[in-house]
Design a protein around this ligand. Structure first.
Ligand code: UFG
Length: 338
């Protein structure tokens, strides 16, 4: 099938493009390059030896999306990964986050449905689950729209909207993928995560310390009710995550479906740092800091539904992710910037 990947030059988008091309599908990437660079699309072509045309434009603009369909149609499916994603920034710029993260969905759906797309896959987050008593989270765990930051709220709002759209378009496959914590990079070292400025997330921060552009890792809290006192997360290798999009598209049935994409294995902050240190081959400077506002002690999923219905399981471990992230970072010390 031919798939429009909105946000296709980003971290998850580029890996998903590779996975789709390697499974015999065609892709068109739409990206405004606000969080990545065009070279990512060229590297997708280098890895796969296949075409990954990039349209530079905003997925929240109906005319831009129309132009993609006019130039690259017919398109069978849309994978929507085009969103602002910095949690802290979202609390400072709520209007920007709500506008961008909702308008993109509206434009892609309006234009895509008018052109008869069969499938719409939406990139959501495991942070929509709101009750820690439900751990590990299943797709039936309690969700809320009253979450700690506008980024997460915008994702849950999108889910609510998509359920209504699916109801009145019963022939369309609408799939919501709730990601846990994406980490790692393609084993080629050609594509990976390239955060702007100082990274918010743990593995990119640790990697910047390892490459020498940041001084030391700050561990946010050592007094959580967890085995080593640091936060527990479900870190999923981005290559496994990308594969989840391929099976979601290939196996999608008409109607709405929701899947957790995670490993089901909780890993602590200190365990992730130790794994990365093993990949780098030396200890990294670190210090304990107070808890970060808005953080929860633990979040991890039960991935059984995706296994049962899609036959999808993660294959890669946190050590694979550390090795591949470090390979990407050491080959590209400044990310995609030459
Ligand atoms: N952490 C540190 N030091 C850092 C960064 C993070 O100790 O420099 C800790 C956090 O306290 C947490 C764990 O590492 O225990 C993971 O933090 P991340 O920032 O990597 O990931 P989060 O679980 O906070 O973020 C996830 C997703 C985001 C999403 C967010 C919503 O990765 O995409 O939840 O709250 F936006």
């Amino acid at each position: 099938m031919r798939v429009l990947l909105a946000g296709g030059a980003g971290y998850i988008g580029a890996h998903t493009a590779v996975a789709l091309l390697e499974s015999g599908h065609e892709v068109v990437l739409l990206d405004d390059l606000s969080g990545t660079q065009a070279v990512a699309a060229e590297r997708v072509e280098t890895i796969t030896g296949k075409a990954a045309p990039l349209v530079v434009g905003n997925a929240a603009d109906d005319e831009v999306v129309e132009a993609v369909f006019a130039e690259h149609g017919p398109i069978d499916a849309i994978v929507h990964l085009a969103a602002f994603k910095a949690v802290g920034e979202s609390t400072q710029k709520p209007l920007d986050y709500y506008a961008n993260n909702l308008d993109s969905t509206f434009a892609l759906l309006r234009v895509g449905l008018a052109h008869g797309i069969r499938s719409f896959v939406f990139s959501s987050t495991g942070t929509v689950y709101s009750d820690p008593a439900d751990l590990p989270f299943t797709e039936d765990s309690t969700t809320s729209v009253d979450l700690s930051n506008p980024y997460s709220k915008s994702k849950r709002m999108n889910e609510v909207i998509l359920a209504d759209v699916a109801r009145v378009n019963p022939d369309v496959n609408v799939t919501i993928l709730r990601y846990f914590n994406p980490v790692g990079a393609h084993p080629s070292g050609l594509i990976g995560e390239d955060p702007t400025g100082i990274p918010n997330n743990l593995m990119p921060y640790v990697s910047r310390v390892a490459i020498g552009t940041l001084d030391r890792i700050g561990v946010f809290g050592d007094d959580y009710d967890t085995p080593d006192g640091t936060g527990l997360r479900d870190y999923i290798h981005v290559v496994d995550l990308a594969e989840g999009h391929v099976v979601a598209l290939e196996q999608a049935q008409p109607g709405l479906a929701v899947y957790n994409l995670g490993t089901g294995v909780p890993v602590s902050v200190l365990q992730l740092i130790a794994s990365f240190e093993a990949a780098v081959g030396r200890e990294l400077p670190k210090e304990f800091l107070p808890r970060r506002a808005g953080d929860v002690a633990a979040t991890y999923c039960d991935p059984a539904k995706a296994a049962a219905e899609l036959g999808w399981r993660t294959r890669l471990t946190i050590d694979d992710a550390s090795r591949d992230y470090w390979n990407w970072q050491s080959r590209n010390p400044r990310g995609y910037s030459a």
